[in-house]
Design a protein around this ligand. Sequence first.
Ligand SMILES: [Zn+2]
Ligand SMILES: [Zn+2]
Length: 138
Amino acid sequence: MAHSHDIPTDLTRNQELVLGTLTASMGPLSAYDILDKLRSDGLRAPLQVYRALDKLVDRGLAHRLESLNAFVACADMHCHRKGLIAFAICESCGKVDEFADEVIEERLGTWARNDGFKVERTTMEIRGRCADCLKKAA
Ligand SMILES: [Zn+2]
Ligand SMILES: [Zn+2]
């Protein structure tokens, strides 16, 4: 398992609640899943969750999985210093593994330089079955 971030001390209460929910979750959560879990903590409006998520994503503490329209807590404390974030999404159990790969990043960097393209961020989503699920199916 990758190490997790030390939770920064300058988060708002909502940001802290949302990050805590994501960190405790085994799989990715939609903004509405998060809102459901935080109702007892006094969160009522989707906007409160979206605002907190925006900030957490900005700071690299959480990531948005475009294909699932869901969020995960960052699993790699160094990832936001890199240009590439990759996720392996298991379609059986929903587990998401975050990793970074310098070789892929370098290749994409070379392509971008050759093409004159300025990369703002790169998110890769790989779908399939995780090792645990493959073992169970075997
Ligand atoms: Zn990350
Ligand atoms: Zn799985």
